[in-house]
Design a binder for this molecule. Sequence first.
Ligand code: SF4
Length: 386
Amino acid sequence: MSGIYIHIPFCKQACHYCDFHFSTSLKMKKQLLEALEKELLLRKSEFKGLVVGSVYLGGGTPSLLSHRDINSLLEKVSLYYELSPKAEITLEANPDDLSEAYVKELSETLVNRISLGVQSFNPKALKFMNRAHNNLQAKQSMDWVSQYFSNYSIDLIYGIPENSGLQPDVKEGVSEVWQSDIDTALSYSPKHISCYALTVEPKTALFHQINSGKIMPLSEQKAAEEYDYLKNSLKRAGYTHYEFSNFSLPGYAAVNNSGYWQGMSYIGIGPSAHSYNGKERSWNISNNTKYIQSLSENNLPSTRETLSIGARYNEFVMTNLRTSKGISTEQISTLFGHSFSEYLLKEAQEKIRNGQLLLDKNGVLKAAPQAQFFTDGLAAHLFYID
Ligand code: SF4
């Protein structure tokens, strides 16, 4: 199985925490869409003989495109690639772009799954993040999407900083905003929920607010409490916690996500998009004008690198430790050789002794429930350094 990711590099406004590639000007939209279609054409030989099981339109903000634009892109995908009839075709959408008519039109395209960027239902939290939608639009969009799509996911953000007016003054406890966001999300019973900690990325407005002392980042301990609260609430509601940030009702784990973690080949189309074929990684230029120019000359604007065995092992360790299935030492031996599974077990010893990692009788290594919030740090501890 393989996947196609298409990056739509436009947004209405910059969210304060975001470091993705996008432009707030839609002047080049037409040329950009032509370039995306050209890239789909030029790269079709990379997927010769492979069946595409997942197409993901992300960004940026794909819901800034009309349903005709989306149809045109997806038609090119099915024309140039072998698209499985059961393929999961996801479109990321922002609540402020949706109307009932538009959601209905989307449901008549090949898109069969919506990933809705709600982030919060709280007006102050949305304002703090500089999201373009308000709380009423968040709820209204959930109503429409749940009416026209049986399969949809919503994104939520936790870990809102201290002194943003949204965290409790008390030292202990999870903010009411976060509790209420989870309750509201669950009231819609979405098939899938993705939750991300608000991270402070360089060159973002949030980074400057924190650097200038205007905002205090939430302590790691409090963010971990919010994460644990989330896990427990969603578990009680019947969701499977299948990956660090992702929860689904039975049978609705995202094909797109699961594919990435299982090391499937994927092609990333569009400015800044990344691709992976099991051995090589490549990434496109993060500049809309240069991307369009290059494709107009039939050149792929990408840089390639061949991953060393150590880099592939590190990627495998990072992605698998984040999943509920954990890291299989047997699979490590098969993929990278016995010396790598020995290395993994040696590096894991200290964390197994202090209870942060668990090793079961089948040789599968997982983060202990109480240490899950720190999974990335635990994975880094197991990395192979050349
Ligand atoms: S809408 Fe999404 S991609 Fe655009 S700025 Fe906000 S978080 Fe970033």
